[in-house]
Design a protein around this ligand. Structure first.
Ligand code: KIV
Ligand code: ZN
Length: 522
């Protein structure tokens, strides 16, 4: 790569499709994974960790297909420290123009105890597995899982072994989100100082956000000498998530004065991919989330608005357009035509084929009839609500709810289940309860409701409500979302959305016979 930039390049390794998707409830379908991979490739992500090929037939197929379709990004797959995993990973990533095998083993005392390996036995395993991966692929990444809780002398020893065996990137994971910025920088510095051969490879940082320090720890690791940051869109990931891509990338961009590093990410694509990941994973973005939250660029208080009008820099350290937010929120209404809708949706990052536009236009007109002013947020909610309805197992056909002060409330509902139309009337303690009871009548299930949340998309009593529903069934968790000017309809659709996701997940686990444990390395 030729560049005139005098700053150091930091490569961005995105693991939304592997560590992110591993997060309970964040299941994505095959097509959704391909779409997210394409967006990551387009925005300039250097390495995409596309999945864990040994984990399931579905993961293997997704990684293979992403590898085949990749344009500029390196495509990486994860494998545990055994030959079977590594071979399977190679079979999936080998289709990429630039493949990478990522192999890992837990090196801390707690993690060593589980496969019951002595330090010497584990060292030998690392040598053998990294050499095996390197014989298959020129680009090999090795990770000592739980590195931040591994004894320093042992960590140096195993990193040296992995480098000698052919690893080209050494990733230092803070698996449990335990480290802090000073320690994170010192650890990378210590490895670079002490390990022979460290200058010939790239050190990566992979942080989890259990103490809310993932972004700070990643940037500190870069100051210590790491040149690869592992991250996910919206910080998706197990427990409190991984380092958020948008946060580290924008921090390096905005504070280049004190952090002399740069990435090749096209930051104007951030908002679009953030919305898509939120939609397909079913994980809403918290309103005040840095960079991509709904309020990240909102200036509500009078004093802020006054300053903003005089000079935007008084309260803004980056422009909304830097992350792909349109500067204006032009309101659409029932007189807006198809061309205006297409152009507005394109501004919001949705490229639609003519037949898709036709369908969205009908739904847009229905919404504009019920709601005088249609804002960007309404259109985004409309796009989300319409997705996959045609492919869904459970689809809401009609709902009529009778409310009043003298309960119980009742709901008349018609659904199509696998294409068959079924109807019922159910009662409940309130309109939402009656609606959910109607779904249970028509589609008996054991899934339990873990979360029910309602937010108004915009202001006004005609605002659409966005409803989020989280359900749990036999250890599987799924989050459903929907929006409608009618809160009860939005609730019914969100509930069905969560059940549809559980349905997809069950269908997948039926096909996936292999259950893999990270701690079982055999
Ligand atoms: O958090 C972690 O340790 C991981 C490894 C597999 C890199 O995700
Ligand atoms: Zn991780």
């Amino acid at each position: 790569m030729t560049t005139t930039n005098t700053k150091d390049r930091v490569v961005i390794f995105d693991t939304t499709l592997r560590d992110g998707e591993q997060s309970p409830g964040a299941t994505m379908t095959h097509d959704e994974k391909l779409e997210i991979a394409e967006l990551l490739d387009d925005m300039g992500v250097d390495i995409i960790e596309a999945g864990f090929p040994i984990a399931s037939e579905g993961d293997f197929k997704a990684v293979s297909e992403i590898a085949k379709r990749s344009k500029n990004s390196v495509i990486c797959g994860l494998s545990r420290a055994n030959f079977g995993d590594i071979d399977r990973c190679w079979d999936a990533v080998k289709h990429a123009a630039q493949p990478r095998i990522h192999t890992f083993i837990g090196t801390s005392p707690l993690h060593r105890a589980i496969p019951n390996l002595t330090q010497d036995e584990m060292a030998e395993r690392i040598h053998d597995t990294v050499s095996h991966a390197r014989n298959l692929c020129d680009n090999v990444q090795w990770s000592p899982m739980d590195a931040t809780r591994t004894e320093h002398d042992y960590l140096c020893r195993v990193v040296e072994i992995a480098i000698k065996a052919g690893a080209t990137t050494i990733n230092i994971p803070d698996t449990v989100g335990y480290t802090a910025p000073v320690e994170s920088a010192d650890l990378i510095r210590m490895l670079i100082d002490k390990v022979p051969g460290a200058d010939d490879i790239i050190f990566a940082t992979h942080c989890h956000n259990d103490l809310g320090m993932a972004t700070a720890n990643s940037l500190a690791a870069v100051a210590g000498g790491a040149r690869q940051i592992e991250c996910t869109i919206n910080g998706l990931g197990e427990r409190a998530g991984n380092t958020a891509l948008e946060e580290v990338v924008m921090a390096l961009k905005v504070r280049g004065d004190i952090m002399p590093y740069y990435t090749e990410i096209d930051t104007t694509k951030i908002m679009n991919i953030s919305r898509r990941v939120s939609t397909v994973s079913g994980f809403p973005v918290q309103f005040n989330k840095a960079i991509v939250g709904k309020n990240a660029f909102a200036h509500e208080s009078g004093i802020h608005q006054d300053g903003m009008l005089k000079n935007a820099e008084t309260f803004e350290i980056m422009r909304p357009s830097d992350v792909g937010l349109a500067d204006t929120n032009l309101v659409m209404g029932k007189h807006s035509g198809r061309a205006a809708l297409r152009s507005k949706l394109e501004d919001l990052g949705y490229k639609l084929a003519d037949n898709q536009l036709k369908d969205v236009f009908v739904r847009f007109k229905e919404l504009a009839d019920r709601k005088k002013e249609v804002y960007d947020e309404d259109l985004i909610a409309l796009m989300r609500a319409g997705e996959d309805a045609a492919k869904d197992h459970l689809v809401l056909k009609s709902l009529r709810v009778v409310c009043g002060t003298d309960g119980p409330q009742s709901a008349d509902m018609t659904l199509t289940i696998g294409g068959q139309e079924v109807s019922t009337t159910a009662t409940g303690d309130g309109p939402v309860d009656a609606t959910f009871n109607a779904v249970k009548d028509l589609y008996g299930h054991t899934a339990k409701l873990q979360l029910y949340q309602v937010h108004a998309v915009t202001q006004g009593t005609d605002a659409q409500a966005t409803v989020t529903v989280r359900m749990e069934d036999d250890g599987n968790i799924a989050t459903g979302q929907s929006a409608d000017t009618d809160t009860v309809v939005a609730s019914a659709k969100a509930y069905l959305n969560a059940l549809n996701r559980l349905y997809v997940r069950r269908a997948r686990s039926g096909e996936d016979k292999r259950e893999v444990s990270w701690l079982d390395q055999n």
